[in-house]
Ligand binder design. Structure first.
Ligand SMILES: Nc1ncnc2c1ncn2[C@@H]1O[C@H](COP(=O)(O)OP(=O)(O)OP(=O)(O)O)[C@@H](O)[C@H]1O
Length: 236
């Protein structure tokens, strides 16, 4: 019996007739941060989209709590406690920070929980509180990334899927965002599946790492050895 909260078995996906991921087995354990690394074009985003229901898998299965959810809609996944923060923020650029957060909580059935959730997001990201009336699209890339993560937290997910949260951020902000992700994991016990390219800052917060090369898993296990540049390059 698997102790995974989210799992893929032999998952294959791609575009048109072309497969870009082949038979991926991946298991996110309850309460862990699982890091997915790989070179540009390895298929990481494709994998996340196939898991979340944004792309129909060509083969294999996706399981949540051991139940088959393959090909289910993103809306059904959100209702079941899975959140996805896509690459490139995914905020409503013309709305204020607070309005974005309220929209993030749109799916929450118990609306009376939302003010408390907003406060929790503000505690994690004080800059969002300071700028709660600012228009999202006028904030820096790092602040927009924090807002995108904050929006996902508004429905208190059990599983958080993050696609390259560090992309385009200055190193000091990458570190700040990674610390927040670690805090979310430790404080709420959220299981986190995170795609990253920034090995330096993402490895320290990972409990486990999976490396994907041209659509296949080439490493799965302890993240520590991947801190060795030479070892990592042999896998990339
Ligand atoms: N919508 C699409 N239509 C056709 N091919 C696509 C599409 N999206 C991605 N691909 C191709 O699928 C392959 C994997 O892309 P994917 O975005 O999953 O890689 P990635 O590992 O996330 O890369 P990166 O780190 O650069 O974001 C690439 O060859 C890419 O060109």
């Amino acid at each position: 019996m698997s102790d995974a909260i989210l799992e893929t078995r032999g998952l294959a996906a791609g575009y048109g007739k072309k497969r870009v991921i082949f038979g991926i087995d991946l298991a996110l354990k309850k309460g862990e941060v699982l890091l997915v690394l790989g070179h540009n074009g390895a298929g990481k985003t494709t994998l996340m989209q196939a898991i979340f229901g944004l792309l129909k898998p060509m083969d294999g299965q996706v399981l949540l709590d051991g139940r088959d959810i393959t090909g289910r809609t993103p809306a059904a996944n959100v209702h079941d406690g899975v959140a996805f923060v896509p690459q490139g923020h995914g905020i409503f650029r013309t709305l204020s920070v607070r309005d974005n957060l309220e929209l993030g909580g749109f799916v929450e059935e118990e609306k009376d929980k939302l003010p408390e959730r907003i406060q929790t997001v503000y505690e994690l990201f004080p800059v969002l509180k300071e700028r709660q009336n600012q228009i999202g699209g006028t904030m820096s890339g790092g602040q927009q990334q924090m807002l995108a993560i904050g929006m996902a937290l508004m429905h208190a997910p059990r599983v958080l899927i993050l696609d390259e949260p560090s992309i385009g951020l200055a190193p000091n902000l990458v570190e700040r965002v990674m610390q927040s992700i670690r805090q979310i994991n430790e404080r709420f016990g959220t299981s986190i599946l995170m795609v990253e390219q920034n090995v330096q800052y993402s490895l320290p917060i990972a409990h486990r790492a999976t490396v994907i090369k041209t659509g296949e898993v080439v490493y799965n296990g302890d993240p520590a050895p991947l801190g060795d540049h030479v070892k990592l390059m042999t896998l990339f």
